[in-house]
Design a protein around this ligand. Sequence first.
Ligand SMILES: NC(=O)c1ccc[n+]([C@@H]2O[C@H](COP(=O)([O-])OP(=O)(O)OC[C@H]3O[C@@H](n4cnc5c(N)ncnc54)[C@H](O)[C@@H]3O)[C@@H](O)[C@H]2O)c1
Length: 336
Amino acid sequence: MKTLILKTPSFETLIRIGEGLVDRLDSQLGTLHESVLLADKALPSSLIEHVAMAASCTDVVRIGVGESEKTLRTYERIVTYLSDRRYSPATTLVALGGGSLGDIAGFVAATYARGIKYIYVPTTLLAMADASVGGKTALNVRHRKNIIGAFHQAEDVFIDPTLVKTLPPREIASGMAEIVKAALIGDARLYAGIRDDNPSLEALIAGALRVKIPIVEADPFDRGRRRLLNYGHTLAHALETYHEGRYSHGQCVASGMLHMARGLPFEHELSAVFARYDIDTDIPYDPETLFELVTHDKKRRGDTLDIALVETIGKGFVKTIPFHEFKTFLKGWDKT
Ligand SMILES: NC(=O)c1ccc[n+]([C@@H]2O[C@H](COP(=O)([O-])OP(=O)(O)OC[C@H]3O[C@@H](n4cnc5c(N)ncnc54)[C@H](O)[C@@H]3O)[C@@H](O)[C@H]2O)c1
């Protein structure tokens, strides 16, 4: 088992990673005063029941998840449930699910009774390698993704890579795209391993988190350096909106990264890496419409946009560019 720690002046998270960890969850958790499990109802009942028992949960709330469920309606349903049953500020929320459930659970934990303790057991590769760490929680409003949220970090994260066994291949590819992103912005050796070898899931997840953790520690509230983690994401979010969820988040991120790498020496090699992990990056779009969608990006500040760039593998950086310059990253406009 690997243990990583994320530490900032206001919070500390212990992240444990190990195959079969969920089977030993009860011995890791200690005594929880009062706890409720929020679980993705698509997960096997045996897993939900096992985690509920290991965490001594008095209640289990099962919700349908996915992007379309990250709404105020879902949020209201959960907090109403907790309030009707008089759950106190000493309650611990245990979240079992992918990044969508994590975003909802985190926001509930950030706001119920002005903030309660929160433990996360991620069940998708993307959530294990990225979303489970960093404290960002989110809800969508109509088509505006993640426009409501708060920073609220899980106190403990338990990552058991064997849980991805039941994940559809599209979701595995989606998680791999975020792992490739982490390697590109912060770890050339991890990237070489992904390109040339077959690292274990445990090693890939730990590698990606080792890139993310110091970036979050340096900028917990996303004011500057943390924008590096958004490599490929400005385009990805626009592509997700453009195609209304037909392509996975990871596919859109991978496509976004390839656009940012256009004309660079590693462009074709990166394309081959995505092909190796069955990540289809060929996502069509009309450049004018996509650029219009980019104008809604949260990282926009007036006429400028903060974007993450990688020119040398493993050494990402953030640059503020005039907004119109972003067009050069889209197909159909020449990159000069
Ligand atoms: N907070 C953050 O830092 C952060 C970072 C990256 C992404 N996100 C958010 O995460 C969300 C995407 O998360 P995701 O990619 O984990 O997808 P997801 O949570 O939407 O899950 C994808 C699908 O897999 C199913 N599923 C989950 N675990 C499973 C398992 N073990 N076996 C079988 N099916 C399973 C779910 O029911 C769902 O249908 C997006 O909303 C994105 O904005 C958040």
